[in-house]
Write a protein that binds this ligand. Structure first.
Ligand code: PLP
Length: 426
């Protein structure tokens, strides 16, 4: 039943039924959290056996004869570099392993660019009167928080079915030399679930940029986080950049935060040898080496990329019923109402929902008042401002199924109430 086609009387009747439903939810004193993409306890259990390493075999030296307990190996344990370079489809000279967080590697990359410039920069970015970044949106709030912190002006770019709006990106990047970079989540994007098409990857790699030191921040956080047996395929951007004659254009990031443990995973960064060498020099001053004990633990737990893929199937088995539940509730409660649309991702951690324009903040507020915490409306856009006030990020991974069901029922009730009020003009 298309809500926009209801008469005022019918809408008022609906609203009265929905309001009773809402009050019933409110009286239950719910305390549910769908705000952040965290793995649930069952997922964390999948990797606990890894914690026995390397102590279990009392073997702290690897084939490369490195003692992981000691200082050194600024760019990571060779065996771990081997494993993760295969995962990222780059060579071992094109990767640096960090500590647990890829987000902090991204923060450091921006910080270094501001202070020293990137490889080949005419001058540090902070010396320029203005630095701008392209921000495909909805996107990841923590990316936008980093660029905002460094006073980098953010330009919102529309996300389409196959990646960001490339016509606009190509035009802006070609004409404005203060545009120094772009945030990208190329696979199972946060929050839209979109995987960039080959054409988008090629265009990003080949486009003309007015800034000679333009960088693509390629956050491949969901590289192996499939929810189906037919995973999306993402073209290798480092190869595409090399082929297009822009070998230094991309910084690739990933981590095992949602493969093993957020907080105790291994983060990684890949790029051209020239970029990697410049960064390694600076890293050697910042630290005498990362946590190689944890890197070794990961190598002992995962013998090769295939064992990571197998492990991810166990994650998918836990997550798939949650995503299916969210989608089936959205379909049954809102499917024919013409007041919202949502993504059906093949992987990643989120479902992105768009309400009627001007409704998202009110929906999130209402859900919060009944005990369901959602990501703040607007958070998926630069400066926390969704120009249409319509996007809501749903994070189904953390709550148990029963709680998720309740939270989704409540969310659908809130969306219907706010939409009915909007249609009534009240
Ligand atoms: N990048 C994206 C797109 C994410 O969604 C997240 C976490 O939700 C991260 C990075 C955080 O990565 P890490 O745990 O490696 O810092």
């Amino acid at each position: 039943m298309d809500m926009a086609k209801l008469s005022r009387e019918e809408l008022k009747r609906e609203l009265s039924i929905l309001s009773k439903e809402y009050e019933e939810f409110r009286s239950r004193g719910l305390k549910l959290d769908m705000s952040r993409g965290k793995p649930c306890t069952e997922q964390l259990e999948l990797s606990v056996d890894m914690l026995a390493y390397p102590y279990r075999d009392k073997n702290y030296k690897t084939a490369s004869c490195a003692d992981v307990r000691n200082y050194g190996m600024t760019d990571g344990l060779p065996e771990a570099k081997e494993l993760f370079s295969k995962l990222l489809e780059v060579s071992t000279s094109e990767i640096i392993l960090g500590n647990n967080s890829s987000l902090s590697m991204m923060y450091d990359a921006i910080s270094r660019a501001m202070t020293f410039g990137v490889y080949g920069s005419p001058e540090p970015w902070s010396r320029l009167p203005k630095v701008k970044f392209l921000c495909p949106s909805p996107g990841y709030d923590r990316h936008f928080a980093i660029t905002e912190l460094f006073n980098i002006e953010m330009i919102t770019i529309e996300m389409k079915e196959d990646g960001p709006d490339m016509d606009t990106i190509e035009k802006l990047a070609a004409e404005d030399d203060s545009i120094k970079g772009i945030w990208c989540i190329p696979k199972y994007s946060n929050p839209t679930g979109v995987t960039y098409s080959d054409e988008v990857v090629d265009r990003l790699a080949a486009m003309r940029t007015a800034a000679s030191d333009f960088r693509i921040f390629w956050d491949n956080a969901y590289i192996v986080h499939h929810l189906t047996d037919k995973p999306d395929k993402l073209k290798n951007i480092l190869e595409a950049c090399k082929k297009a004659g822009n070998p230094d254009r991309v910084f690739i990031f990933a981590s095992t935060s949602k493969i093993t443990f957020p907080g105790s995973g291994v983060a990684m960064m890949a790029s051209s040898e020239s970029n990697i060498n410049q960064i390694k020099k600076l890293l050697g001053i910042r630290s005498i080496g990362p946590d190689k004990i944890n890197q070794l633990r990961h190598v002992m737990f995962f013998s090769d990329p295939d064992s990571i893929e197998q492990h991810m199937k166990k994650h998918a088995a836990i997550l798939k019923p949650k995503f299916e539940m969210v989608l089936s509730i959205l379909d049954s409660r809102l499917g024919d109402r013409n007041i919202a649309k949502w993504s059906r991702p093949n992987g990643g951690y989120f479902i992105s929902l768009d309400t009627l324009p001007g409704c998202a903040s009110a929906v999130v507020k209402m859900a919060g008042e009944a005990g369901v915490v959602l990501t703040p409306a607007g958070a998926t856009f630069p400066y926390g401002k969704d120009p249409q006030d319509c996007n809501i990020r749903i994070a189904p991974t953390l709550p148990p199924l029963e709680e998720l069901k309740l939270a989704m029922e409540l969310l659908c009730t809130c969306i219907q109430i706010v939409s009915a009020r909007k249609l009534l003009g009240t």
